[in-house]
Design a protein around this ligand. Sequence first.
Ligand code: AMP
Length: 182
Amino acid sequence: MNLSQEQINFLNHSIRDIPDFPKPGIIFKDITTLLSNKDAYALLMNHLYEKYSSYNLTHIAGIDARGFIFGAALAQMLGIGFVPIRKKGKLPYTTVSEKYSLEYGVDEVEIHIDAFTQVEHPKVLLIDDLIATGGTAYAAANLINKVGAECVEACFIMGLTFLDGQSKLKTLTNVYTVIGVD
Ligand code: AMP
């Protein structure tokens, strides 16, 4: 069930580093090269499927937009529902929203107010490609709780360990990162 160090290295090397994108000083982790590599994509998704098949989840919630790719695929594999958490102004029905701070300014994420109402005790896994400062994921986990569901864990393909974005999020939910990036 746990990935070997060799498998983690293989996944890590399938992700491309783009220096100075979208602005100088940022090394952007480009997961499109993982997705287009069938062996890397299958290894990752099978690992997540095995890990989460015993959690009795009812839904996966994915963060706009790369969390949709992993989250929707995993929900289908597990045979459960998928819920999008989107940037402000994108969801068409009544929403609940949560603001969070960026380096400069604020951003806002939203969820449909009735996202989890089909089941009595929704148990949700939150997923995104990467956790940096953790602000986006903290706001997203809060939204899941606000609309009456239990966010049982937050899962990231990569965690930037030098930023320690995980400690605040850990006050709300369990955190799992497949690849730690120093
Ligand atoms: P944060 O709220 O700081 O944890 O930022 C997380 C969000 O920003 C995620 O949706 C990531 O996809 C994106 N993100 C932040 N830093 C990077 C990076 N270096 N490479 C790729 N995506 C990033």
